[in-house]
Design a binder for this molecule. Sequence first.
Ligand code: M6R
Length: 614
Amino acid sequence: MCGIVGYVGHKSVMDILLDGLEQLEYRGYDSSGVAVMCEDEIKVYKAVGKLNNLREELQKHRGEFEKATMGIGHIRWATHGAPTVLNAHPHTCTCGNLVIVHNGIIENYKELREALSKEGCIFRSQTDTEVVAHLVAKKYAQTKDLAAAVREAAKEIEGAYALCVMHNDCKQTLVITKRNAPLLVGIGENEFFAASDVPAIIKHTKKAVYLSDNQIAVLTPEKMVLTDANGQEIKPKIEVLPWEPVALSKMGYKHYMLKEIHEQPDVIRNILVGKLHAPDEDIILNEVKLTKEHLKNLNRIQIIACGTSLHAAMIGKYVIESYCGIAVDVEASSEYIYRRNVTDEHTLVIGVSQSGETADTLTAIKQAKAKGSHILIITNRPDSAMAREADSLVPVNAGIEVSVAATKSYTAQLMAFYLLALYMAEIKASASKEELANLKTELMLLPQKIEQILANTDSIQKCARIYSSTKDFIFVARGINYPTALEGALKLKEISYINATGYPAGELKHGPIAMLDETMPVLSILMKGIVYEKLLSNSEEAKARNARMIALTNSKDAKLDDLFENIIRVPDVDELFSPLVAIVPLQLLAYYIAEFLGKDVDQPRNLAKSVTVE
Ligand code: M6R
């Protein structure tokens, strides 16, 4: 979490920093700050809260930095110390000559802080980051070389970091480095940009270098010098970023979340391009390197993910087990990494992540890789750290997702699982050609079905109005839509702060039913298929306890009108693909409720889009 940005060149730096930070707001937004090289010295400006507060603070100092052409900026998601001005980055050394911004966590900061305090360093914040400012300053005093100082300090730091460093002695030099946190350099004409992520620089350049762990880049307006941990110079690998700045616009929608929900039909079409041409043709997944031999030797599959990606993984399990006959376990990455899990070369490990950066999932993937498992990554960011660890890749092509609440990336992840399962079923011949062709035909019809839902949202908006004042909300489903209930609840709680929970409906009577009364909305995800009648009975049981019943259904069954107070209808669909159709009204329900309550939809409190700390 946290976003960092840096610039050295010939343009006015402040606008570049502020614009870059705005594009990185999805990484955290509880405070922000910038440091710029003014004529005689570095000046630091900080503010608590959203970036606008920093903009207002800067208005008071306009004259001071107008000519500055080098600086660093930071947007924070607090880990160590509350969101206050003192804890906001940039942090300085005791004399103020050196400033840094940092993304990540310094694990041995307590020991370092104690030692540096004894040596006379004066600490002003509660952050882990400040130790780095003091440590690099100490090394600089010894070496008088900023890159060497950073290199020496890095040897004593444990943890994850992306760092940008400036010093009053080096009027046109930025030094940057990273370990287990993303950092890239954008290359312009006599100018360089540094950033945690592409959106911060894409307006300025498409040429970039992704730093590898422990590399140090020294940036001046004329050149970049890249070295490894031993100070050996390395030739930078310049990549062309496959991004368009237009992707970052709301395109007339009030919020990114609403825009991203509406993009879902096209997201499905995009992911099918080049992978599925016709129902009677094989699925093509060019970057999946699993051979027939490989699949034959697989004992099982483990899927690891967090949050919304975990819910996609749960549906992935259902689909793969149904069509490929391989046992699948799904686990939250944060649990996977702290136990002795049985993973070996006969296990396919699938990591699912929108950002490809989530620290827990990245760690889990690295652990599994070390044990010899084939690593397959499903991600929206083929340029991410996770993708770089992959043996096989399924890029989901959802385009940049700005809203913190994941919507279109979830749909794309589900599509990736459908394609992967059908692809493996083809290789293993674990399903008949006819069955697979029927499924592919259905898959290709999904965009129109979702368009139908998006074109008629009256019943969803009505529900949002009725239930926006509720304190609690229960979602129930069975079978393949149980994860849909979890995802519907997650969407609602993260943007409206309503206490929402998803249950497998059969579990209600084992405890949760005690909570039901006339104030409790219960939304049943009643999609036609093998568990339809069972779920109907569970809904009857909830109704008998006076719960306020809502159905989300593709059934025209007349008895639903008696059982449910509100009904949200969706187009008919094969049960296997019903999670794709069912999730869209739930995303919209969460959106309309949050909007109705006046919440900050795209940037909900306490959250960040990329969770790069464990
Ligand atoms: O980038 P990832 O998919 O790895 O992120 C995982 C979760 O942090 C993410 O899905 C989170 O739960 C979202 N806020 C959900 O809307």
